[in-house]
Design a protein around this ligand. Structure first.
Ligand code: GDP
Ligand code: ZN
Length: 366
């Protein structure tokens, strides 16, 4: 195992510091079996974590699932974990297993409501939350509120980013409206087109600090990330070795060119889905035309991508179709999250049942 000094060198850029080292040491003093790593991507059932030796696919143990009361007990993007390598013979999808999650400094959790009332972790160990809203759309105060509340509940400092100010003659009224709705919260107005406010935004997140980017689909999160990363590929397609197919990672940690760390999250639609708020229905209604055209598709589950007999592709513009796919993808992530939540609930239920119905022999302790 590398010494603490070299760990600080190699993991430092991911946010590792003396306190994390102490935390790891406390749990794992002198072990050669485990290595510290940060969860940088969350897929449906597996994760990617970066440690001193590079990035590995990993999974939570069956035991972790079994013992989890809800998803907060499982790894999430931004977590620092202790990884243990699977023995080759054990095979499986991951090549490492998450032995332990180091106690989090904070955890951003989606507020759920209704029967699917399960806390959904979004990201861990954050220094700042940026809530993005665009200058050209109508400001949704409840939506803004919801994001700010999530951050406040998690004890994470928040800043509002007003995007696309090149699209309005004067952003001042919108800024005033935001300030009225969120007293005391800093507002930064930016435009990627006119390159306004970008230095102020960059200055918010120091190298090795982690920020999360929140906001509805379309407000400009990916564009901003691309700019910060200096790439065209914020939403990377990563090959999922498990299934041999491509999955789009919905939660991912990126290292920007200046060394700041950024976590992208699913859009508002998913958040709205969990919160069951009415003000998001407009987003769904916005794709009514696609839903109508889809009646004419040959396959009922047509995704309007490459399927034969598609009545949508070619009729609906590529940009609109892309937005639709993005939204559909968020629904899939929400469904997958619900599935995991259900799996945990079922395990809990089975455990409880076993406890109740276990045949008791005379003289049994319980
Ligand atoms: P996301 O869904 O939040 O990731 O939003 P995107 O980054 O995909 O951006 C949605 C649309 O807004 C894209 O067509 C972008 O080109 C556009 N966009 C992003 N930032 C700006 C900006 O500063 N000004 C203008 N005019 N358009 C922008
Ligand atoms: Zn179709």
């Amino acid at each position: 195992m590398p010494s603490k000094i070299s760990l600080l060198d190699t993991l430092g850029p991911l946010g590792w510091d003396a306190a994390w080292a102490a935390s790891a040491h406390e749990r794992d003093a002198g072990s050669t079996e485990t290595v510290a790593a940060r969860i940088i991507a969350e897929h449906r059932i597996s994760y990617q974590a970066t440690g001193a030796d590079g990035t590995a696919w990993c999974e939570a143990t069956g035991r972790a699932f079994h013992q989890a009361t809800d998803k907060r007990d499982l790894p999430t993007v931004g977590d620092w974990v202790l990884l243990e390598r699977w023995a080759e013979s054990r095979g499986g999808a991951g090549n490492a297993v998450v032995r332990e999650i180091l106690p989090r400094r904070n955890l951003l959790v989606r507020r759920a409501a209704g029967e699917a009332s399960v806390p959904q972790p979004m990201a861990a160990n954050l220094d700042l939350g940026l809530v993005m809203t665009s200058a050209n759309g109508d400001l949704s105060a409840p939506r803004l509120d919801r994001y700010l509340n999530l951050l406040r509940d998690a004890g994470i400092p928040a800043v509002v980013v007003l995007s696309k100010i090149d699209l309005v003659p004067d952003p001042a009224p919108v800024i005033a409206e935001i300030e009225a709705n969120a007293p005391g919260v800093r507002v930064i107005a930016i435009s990627l087109v006119s390159a306004t406010g970008l230095d102020a935004l960059r200055a918010l997140v120091q190298p090795r600090a982690t920020a999360v980017l929140l906001g509805s689909s379309g407000v400009g999160k990916s564009s901003l990330l691309n700019m910060l990363l200096g790439t065209q590929q914020a939403t990377r397609e990563i090959r999922d070795d498990d299934k041999g197919r491509h999955t789009t990672t919905r939660r991912e940690l990126f290292v920007a060119g200046d060394g700041s760390l950024w976590i992208d999250t699913p859009g508002m639609r998913e958040l709205g889905r969990w919160a069951r708020d009415d003000d998001d229905d407009e987003e769904e209604d916005a794709f009514d035309d696609i839903a109508e055209l889809a009646e004419g598709c040959k396959f009922r589950d047509c995704r309007h991508e490459a399927e034969p007999g598609c009545a949508v592709r070619g009729v609906v513009g590529p940009d609109r179709l892309a937005s639709f796919h993005k939204l559909a993808d968020e629904h899939t992530t929400a469904a997958a999250d619900q599935k995991t939540a259900r799996r945990i609930a079922e395990t809990q239920h089975a455990k409880a049942k076993r406890y109740v119905t276990r045949p008791g022999k005379p003289g049994d302790e319980r």
